[in-house]
Design a protein around this ligand. Sequence first.
Ligand code: SF4
Length: 369
Amino acid sequence: MTEIEIFMKFVEEYRDPELGKKLLDRIHKRSRKPARLMEFCGGHTVAIFKHGLRQLLPPSIEMLSGPGCPVCVTASADLDKAIALGHLPDVIITSFGDMVRVPGSRSSLQKAKAEGADVRIVYSAQDALTIAHENPEKSVVFIGIGFETTAPTIAASILQAEHEKLKNYYVLSLHKVCPPIMKAILDLGEVNLNGIICPGHVSVIIGSHPYQFLADDYKIACAVSGFEPLDILLAVDRLVEQIESGQPGVEIAYRRGVKPEGNRAALSLMETVFEIGEANWRGIGVVPESGLQIKSQYEKYDAGKNFKIDPGPTHEPKGCICGSILRGVSTPLECKLFRETCTPEHPVGPCMVSAEGSCAAYYQYGSNK
Ligand code: SF4
Protein backbone atom coordinates (compact mmCIF):
# COMPACT_ATOMS: atom_id res chain seq x y z
CA MET A 1 0.00 0.00 0.00
CA THR A 2 1.29 3.45 -0.80
CA GLU A 3 1.64 6.13 1.86
CA ILE A 4 -1.33 7.99 0.41
CA GLU A 5 -3.53 4.87 0.28
CA ILE A 6 -2.87 4.27 3.99
CA PHE A 7 -4.38 7.67 4.79
CA MET A 8 -7.42 7.13 2.59
CA LYS A 9 -9.82 4.99 4.63
CA PHE A 10 -13.11 6.82 4.49
CA VAL A 11 -15.04 8.38 1.63
CA GLU A 12 -14.33 11.94 2.80
CA GLU A 13 -10.64 11.12 2.72
CA TYR A 14 -10.95 10.17 -0.92
CA ARG A 15 -11.96 13.78 -1.50
CA ASP A 16 -9.43 15.34 0.92
CA PRO A 17 -7.98 18.45 -0.80
CA GLU A 18 -4.65 18.17 1.06
CA LEU A 19 -4.09 14.57 -0.03
CA GLY A 20 -5.22 15.55 -3.53
CA LYS A 21 -2.66 18.35 -3.60
CA LYS A 22 0.10 15.97 -2.50
CA LEU A 23 -0.78 13.55 -5.29
CA LEU A 24 -1.00 16.31 -7.87
CA ASP A 25 2.38 17.70 -6.77
CA ARG A 26 3.86 14.25 -7.20
CA ILE A 27 2.29 13.82 -10.65
CA HIS A 28 3.52 17.27 -11.77
CA LYS A 29 7.07 16.54 -10.53
CA ARG A 30 7.26 13.09 -12.14
CA SER A 31 5.51 13.61 -15.45
CA ARG A 32 8.04 14.49 -18.13
CA LYS A 33 7.18 12.30 -21.12
CA PRO A 34 4.01 13.03 -23.11
CA ALA A 35 1.38 10.63 -21.80
CA ARG A 36 -1.91 9.95 -23.48
CA LEU A 37 -4.23 8.17 -21.06
CA MET A 38 -7.67 6.74 -21.72
CA GLU A 39 -10.25 6.20 -19.01
CA PHE A 40 -12.22 3.24 -20.28
CA CYS A 41 -15.21 3.57 -17.99
CA GLY A 42 -18.05 6.08 -18.31
CA GLY A 43 -18.22 6.34 -14.51
CA HIS A 44 -14.62 7.56 -14.55
CA THR A 45 -15.40 10.04 -17.33
CA VAL A 46 -18.15 11.59 -15.23
CA ALA A 47 -15.98 11.68 -12.07
CA ILE A 48 -13.08 13.27 -13.98
CA PHE A 49 -15.35 16.02 -15.33
CA LYS A 50 -17.29 16.51 -12.12
CA HIS A 51 -14.12 17.12 -10.12
CA GLY A 52 -12.35 19.09 -12.87
CA LEU A 53 -9.39 16.68 -12.84
CA ARG A 54 -8.34 17.18 -16.47
CA GLN A 55 -7.59 20.84 -15.80
CA LEU A 56 -5.43 19.97 -12.76
CA LEU A 57 -3.07 17.62 -14.57
CA PRO A 58 0.19 18.80 -16.15
CA PRO A 59 0.16 19.63 -19.88
CA SER A 60 2.25 16.51 -20.56
CA ILE A 61 -0.83 14.40 -19.75
CA GLU A 62 -3.67 14.14 -22.25
CA MET A 63 -6.86 12.39 -21.15
CA LEU A 64 -9.21 10.62 -23.56
CA SER A 65 -12.55 8.99 -22.84
CA GLY A 66 -13.17 5.44 -23.97
CA PRO A 67 -16.13 3.19 -24.76
CA GLY A 68 -17.11 2.17 -21.22
CA CYS A 69 -20.67 3.47 -21.12
CA PRO A 70 -23.05 0.48 -21.44
CA VAL A 71 -25.93 2.48 -22.90
CA CYS A 72 -23.69 4.34 -25.37
CA VAL A 73 -22.02 1.24 -26.82
CA THR A 74 -25.31 -0.55 -27.45
CA ALA A 75 -25.59 -0.61 -31.24
CA SER A 76 -28.61 0.94 -32.96
CA ALA A 77 -29.33 -2.48 -34.51
CA ASP A 78 -29.65 -4.04 -31.03
CA LEU A 79 -31.80 -1.19 -29.82
CA ASP A 80 -34.03 -1.68 -32.87
CA LYS A 81 -34.44 -5.33 -31.82
CA ALA A 82 -35.55 -4.25 -28.32
CA ILE A 83 -38.05 -1.79 -29.82
CA ALA A 84 -39.38 -4.46 -32.21
CA LEU A 85 -39.84 -6.84 -29.27
CA GLY A 86 -41.80 -4.10 -27.49
CA HIS A 87 -44.25 -3.91 -30.38
CA LEU A 88 -45.10 -7.62 -30.17
CA PRO A 89 -48.49 -8.42 -28.57
CA ASP A 90 -48.48 -9.55 -24.93
CA VAL A 91 -44.85 -8.59 -24.38
CA ILE A 92 -43.68 -6.43 -21.48
CA ILE A 93 -40.25 -4.84 -21.99
CA THR A 94 -38.28 -4.16 -18.83
CA SER A 95 -35.18 -2.00 -19.03
CA PHE A 96 -32.82 0.24 -17.12
CA GLY A 97 -34.00 3.85 -17.34
CA ASP A 98 -31.32 5.43 -19.55
CA MET A 99 -31.84 2.84 -22.25
CA VAL A 100 -35.46 3.83 -22.72
CA ARG A 101 -34.56 7.30 -24.02
CA VAL A 102 -31.85 6.26 -26.48
CA PRO A 103 -32.93 6.85 -30.08
CA GLY A 104 -32.76 3.78 -32.32
CA SER A 105 -32.92 3.92 -36.11
CA ARG A 106 -36.54 5.07 -36.23
CA SER A 107 -37.85 5.18 -32.69
CA SER A 108 -36.93 4.64 -29.04
CA LEU A 109 -38.39 2.49 -26.29
CA GLN A 110 -39.89 5.67 -24.88
CA LYS A 111 -41.67 6.41 -28.18
CA ALA A 112 -42.74 2.77 -28.44
CA LYS A 113 -44.33 3.14 -25.00
CA ALA A 114 -46.14 6.29 -26.14
CA GLU A 115 -47.42 4.26 -29.11
CA GLY A 116 -48.86 1.62 -26.78
CA ALA A 117 -46.01 -0.80 -26.09
CA ASP A 118 -45.75 -1.96 -22.48
CA VAL A 119 -42.27 -0.69 -21.52
CA ARG A 120 -41.36 -0.54 -17.85
CA ILE A 121 -38.27 0.91 -16.21
CA VAL A 122 -36.69 -1.39 -13.62
CA TYR A 123 -33.69 -1.04 -11.34
CA SER A 124 -32.60 -4.66 -11.54
CA ALA A 125 -33.32 -7.97 -13.21
CA GLN A 126 -34.98 -8.98 -9.93
CA ASP A 127 -37.65 -6.32 -10.60
CA ALA A 128 -38.18 -7.88 -14.02
CA LEU A 129 -38.64 -11.31 -12.41
CA THR A 130 -41.26 -9.84 -10.08
CA ILE A 131 -43.12 -8.38 -13.07
CA ALA A 132 -42.98 -11.82 -14.73
CA HIS A 133 -44.53 -13.40 -11.63
CA GLU A 134 -47.26 -10.77 -11.52
CA ASN A 135 -48.10 -11.13 -15.23
CA PRO A 136 -48.13 -14.87 -16.01
CA GLU A 137 -50.17 -14.34 -19.18
CA LYS A 138 -47.51 -12.00 -20.66
CA SER A 139 -43.93 -12.51 -21.81
CA VAL A 140 -41.54 -10.34 -19.84
CA VAL A 141 -38.30 -9.41 -21.63
CA PHE A 142 -35.42 -7.85 -19.76
CA ILE A 143 -33.04 -5.78 -21.94
CA GLY A 144 -29.69 -6.93 -20.60
CA ILE A 145 -27.02 -4.31 -21.20
CA GLY A 146 -23.75 -3.61 -19.45
CA PHE A 147 -20.38 -5.16 -18.87
CA GLU A 148 -19.05 -7.81 -16.50
CA THR A 149 -20.40 -5.67 -13.65
CA THR A 150 -24.07 -6.37 -14.35
CA ALA A 151 -23.83 -9.73 -16.09
CA PRO A 152 -23.60 -11.83 -12.87
CA THR A 153 -26.89 -10.45 -11.55
CA ILE A 154 -28.60 -11.11 -14.88
CA ALA A 155 -27.18 -14.65 -14.82
CA ALA A 156 -28.58 -15.04 -11.30
CA SER A 157 -32.03 -13.94 -12.53
CA ILE A 158 -32.00 -16.64 -15.22
CA LEU A 159 -30.98 -19.29 -12.67
CA GLN A 160 -33.75 -18.08 -10.38
CA ALA A 161 -36.28 -18.28 -13.22
CA GLU A 162 -35.10 -21.85 -13.83
CA HIS A 163 -35.39 -22.69 -10.14
CA GLU A 164 -38.90 -21.22 -9.96
CA LYS A 165 -39.91 -22.86 -13.27
CA LEU A 166 -40.90 -19.43 -14.57
CA LYS A 167 -42.02 -19.77 -18.18
CA ASN A 168 -42.54 -16.14 -19.18
CA TYR A 169 -39.16 -14.54 -18.38
CA TYR A 170 -36.64 -13.72 -21.14
CA VAL A 171 -33.40 -11.78 -21.44
CA LEU A 172 -32.20 -9.99 -24.57
CA SER A 173 -28.49 -10.36 -23.85
CA LEU A 174 -26.56 -7.38 -25.17
CA HIS A 175 -23.85 -7.80 -22.55
CA LYS A 176 -20.29 -6.96 -23.39
CA VAL A 177 -16.88 -7.74 -21.96
CA CYS A 178 -14.09 -5.22 -21.56
CA PRO A 179 -10.64 -6.65 -22.35
CA PRO A 180 -11.48 -7.68 -25.96
CA ILE A 181 -12.79 -4.23 -26.84
CA MET A 182 -9.66 -2.62 -25.40
CA LYS A 183 -7.69 -4.86 -27.75
CA ALA A 184 -10.01 -4.05 -30.67
CA ILE A 185 -9.60 -0.30 -30.15
CA LEU A 186 -5.81 -0.61 -29.99
CA ASP A 187 -5.77 -2.84 -33.09
CA LEU A 188 -7.78 -0.24 -35.02
CA GLY A 189 -4.68 1.95 -34.67
CA GLU A 190 -6.66 5.20 -34.50
CA VAL A 191 -5.44 6.23 -31.06
CA ASN A 192 -1.95 5.91 -29.62
CA LEU A 193 -2.21 5.35 -25.90
CA ASN A 194 0.47 5.24 -23.22
CA GLY A 195 -1.81 4.28 -20.38
CA ILE A 196 -5.28 3.03 -19.54
CA ILE A 197 -7.28 3.75 -16.41
CA CYS A 198 -8.95 0.36 -16.12
CA PRO A 199 -12.59 0.21 -15.01
CA GLY A 200 -13.26 -0.11 -11.29
CA HIS A 201 -16.57 -1.95 -11.07
CA VAL A 202 -15.75 -4.35 -13.91
CA SER A 203 -12.44 -5.16 -12.22
CA VAL A 204 -14.20 -5.99 -8.95
CA ILE A 205 -15.62 -8.92 -10.92
CA ILE A 206 -12.81 -9.88 -13.33
CA GLY A 207 -9.80 -8.75 -11.27
CA SER A 208 -6.68 -7.19 -12.75
CA HIS A 209 -5.11 -10.25 -14.45
CA PRO A 210 -7.14 -9.93 -17.71
CA TYR A 211 -5.39 -6.61 -18.48
CA GLN A 212 -1.89 -8.10 -18.41
CA PHE A 213 -1.81 -8.43 -22.23
CA LEU A 214 -2.02 -4.63 -22.48
CA ALA A 215 1.28 -4.24 -20.67
CA ASP A 216 2.96 -7.32 -22.18
CA ASP A 217 1.85 -7.08 -25.83
CA TYR A 218 1.04 -3.39 -26.30
CA LYS A 219 3.47 -1.87 -23.73
CA ILE A 220 0.65 0.17 -22.26
CA ALA A 221 0.63 1.15 -18.58
CA CYS A 222 -2.48 0.05 -16.68
CA ALA A 223 -3.98 1.05 -13.35
CA VAL A 224 -7.36 -0.02 -12.01
CA SER A 225 -9.11 2.93 -10.40
CA GLY A 226 -12.01 3.63 -8.06
CA PHE A 227 -14.40 6.51 -8.60
CA GLU A 228 -13.46 9.13 -6.02
CA PRO A 229 -11.17 11.96 -7.14
CA LEU A 230 -8.19 10.70 -5.15
CA ASP A 231 -8.71 7.18 -6.53
CA ILE A 232 -8.37 8.59 -10.04
CA LEU A 233 -5.40 10.78 -9.19
CA LEU A 234 -3.72 7.79 -7.57
CA ALA A 235 -4.31 5.76 -10.74
CA VAL A 236 -2.83 8.59 -12.85
CA ASP A 237 0.12 8.73 -10.46
CA ARG A 238 0.74 4.99 -10.91
CA LEU A 239 0.44 5.32 -14.71
CA VAL A 240 2.91 8.23 -14.75
CA GLU A 241 5.34 6.18 -12.68
CA GLN A 242 5.12 3.26 -15.13
CA ILE A 243 5.43 5.52 -18.18
CA GLU A 244 8.39 7.49 -16.81
CA SER A 245 10.23 4.32 -15.76
CA GLY A 246 9.51 2.66 -19.12
CA GLN A 247 8.07 -0.35 -17.28
CA PRO A 248 4.41 -0.82 -18.11
CA GLY A 249 2.51 -3.15 -15.84
CA VAL A 250 -0.89 -3.64 -14.26
CA GLU A 251 -1.44 -2.02 -10.88
CA ILE A 252 -4.50 -1.89 -8.69
CA ALA A 253 -5.07 1.63 -7.37
CA TYR A 254 -8.45 0.55 -5.98
CA ARG A 255 -7.46 -2.06 -3.45
CA ARG A 256 -10.49 -1.67 -1.26
CA GLY A 257 -12.61 -3.06 -4.12
CA VAL A 258 -10.44 -5.11 -6.44
CA LYS A 259 -8.40 -8.27 -6.02
CA PRO A 260 -6.07 -9.51 -8.78
CA GLU A 261 -8.17 -12.65 -9.22
CA GLY A 262 -11.55 -10.87 -9.12
CA ASN A 263 -14.70 -12.26 -7.56
CA ARG A 264 -14.79 -16.01 -8.13
CA ALA A 265 -18.45 -16.43 -7.11
CA ALA A 266 -19.64 -13.74 -9.54
CA LEU A 267 -17.46 -15.13 -12.35
CA SER A 268 -18.85 -18.58 -11.74
CA LEU A 269 -22.45 -17.29 -12.05
CA MET A 270 -21.55 -15.65 -15.36
CA GLU A 271 -19.81 -18.75 -16.66
CA THR A 272 -22.77 -20.95 -15.73
CA VAL A 273 -25.28 -19.02 -17.83
CA PHE A 274 -23.27 -17.16 -20.49
CA GLU A 275 -20.66 -18.03 -23.04
CA ILE A 276 -18.36 -15.69 -24.90
CA GLY A 277 -19.59 -14.67 -28.34
CA GLU A 278 -19.52 -11.75 -30.73
CA ALA A 279 -21.09 -8.41 -29.84
CA ASN A 280 -22.13 -5.40 -31.88
CA TRP A 281 -20.56 -2.17 -30.56
CA ARG A 282 -21.74 1.29 -31.59
CA GLY A 283 -19.06 2.96 -33.66
CA ILE A 284 -16.89 -0.15 -33.76
CA GLY A 285 -19.10 -2.86 -35.23
CA VAL A 286 -19.20 -6.57 -34.53
CA VAL A 287 -16.21 -7.66 -32.46
CA PRO A 288 -15.61 -11.40 -31.99
CA GLU A 289 -15.47 -12.70 -28.43
CA SER A 290 -16.49 -9.37 -26.92
CA GLY A 291 -20.00 -10.26 -25.77
CA LEU A 292 -21.89 -12.65 -23.55
CA GLN A 293 -24.50 -14.91 -25.09
CA ILE A 294 -26.91 -17.15 -23.22
CA LYS A 295 -25.75 -20.79 -23.32
CA SER A 296 -27.93 -23.26 -25.24
CA GLN A 297 -28.78 -24.96 -21.93
CA TYR A 298 -30.69 -21.80 -20.95
CA GLU A 299 -31.92 -20.78 -24.40
CA LYS A 300 -35.56 -20.93 -23.35
CA TYR A 301 -34.81 -17.63 -21.55
CA ASP A 302 -33.08 -16.10 -24.59
CA ALA A 303 -35.31 -13.41 -26.09
CA GLY A 304 -33.11 -13.35 -29.18
CA LYS A 305 -34.03 -17.00 -29.92
CA ASN A 306 -37.67 -17.16 -28.81
CA PHE A 307 -39.35 -14.29 -30.65
CA LYS A 308 -39.70 -13.59 -34.34
CA ILE A 309 -39.05 -9.93 -35.06
CA ASP A 310 -38.20 -7.76 -38.03
CA PRO A 311 -36.32 -4.74 -36.70
CA GLY A 312 -35.84 -3.30 -40.22
CA PRO A 313 -32.76 -1.58 -41.61
CA THR A 314 -30.45 0.23 -39.21
CA HIS A 315 -29.08 3.72 -39.47
CA GLU A 316 -27.28 6.03 -37.07
CA PRO A 317 -28.70 9.41 -35.97
CA LYS A 318 -27.77 11.95 -38.68
CA GLY A 319 -24.80 14.12 -37.71
CA CYS A 320 -24.11 12.21 -34.49
CA ILE A 321 -20.45 11.26 -33.97
CA CYS A 322 -20.97 9.06 -30.88
CA GLY A 323 -19.14 6.24 -32.66
CA SER A 324 -15.86 8.13 -33.01
CA ILE A 325 -16.23 9.58 -29.49
CA LEU A 326 -16.52 6.03 -28.14
CA ARG A 327 -13.32 5.06 -29.99
CA GLY A 328 -11.49 8.01 -28.40
CA VAL A 329 -10.97 9.61 -31.82
CA SER A 330 -13.21 12.68 -31.32
CA THR A 331 -14.57 14.71 -28.46
CA PRO A 332 -18.15 16.00 -28.12
CA LEU A 333 -16.84 19.50 -28.91
CA GLU A 334 -16.21 18.28 -32.47
CA CYS A 335 -19.87 17.38 -32.96
CA LYS A 336 -21.80 20.11 -34.78
CA LEU A 337 -24.98 19.15 -32.95
CA PHE A 338 -23.48 19.44 -29.44
CA ARG A 339 -25.42 21.96 -27.32
CA GLU A 340 -27.26 23.19 -30.47
CA THR A 341 -29.62 20.45 -31.57
CA CYS A 342 -28.44 17.85 -29.08
CA THR A 343 -29.04 18.49 -25.37
CA PRO A 344 -29.92 16.23 -22.42
CA GLU A 345 -33.58 17.27 -22.87
CA HIS A 346 -33.52 16.46 -26.60
CA PRO A 347 -30.69 13.95 -27.09
CA VAL A 348 -29.78 12.94 -30.63
CA GLY A 349 -27.38 10.16 -29.66
CA PRO A 350 -26.77 7.86 -26.70
CA CYS A 351 -23.68 9.73 -25.41
CA MET A 352 -26.01 12.61 -24.51
CA VAL A 353 -28.70 10.38 -22.99
CA SER A 354 -26.66 8.32 -20.61
CA ALA A 355 -25.58 9.61 -17.22
CA GLU A 356 -22.21 8.03 -18.07
CA GLY A 357 -21.99 9.44 -21.59
CA SER A 358 -19.16 11.76 -22.66
CA CYS A 359 -21.50 14.28 -24.31
CA ALA A 360 -23.65 14.49 -21.18
CA ALA A 361 -20.49 14.98 -19.05
CA TYR A 362 -19.17 17.73 -21.35
CA TYR A 363 -22.61 19.35 -21.36
CA GLN A 364 -23.15 19.20 -17.62
CA TYR A 365 -19.69 20.08 -16.35
CA GLY A 366 -18.34 22.04 -19.32
CA SER A 367 -14.89 21.55 -20.76
CA ASN A 368 -12.77 23.03 -23.50
CA LYS A 369 -10.42 20.00 -23.62
FE1 SF4 B 1 -24.24 12.39 -30.76
FE2 SF4 B 1 -25.32 14.47 -29.46
FE3 SF4 B 1 -22.95 13.61 -28.74
FE4 SF4 B 1 -23.25 14.85 -31.07
S1 SF4 B 1 -23.52 15.74 -29.05
S2 SF4 B 1 -22.09 13.00 -30.69
S3 SF4 B 1 -25.30 14.17 -31.66
S4 SF4 B 1 -24.88 12.48 -28.61
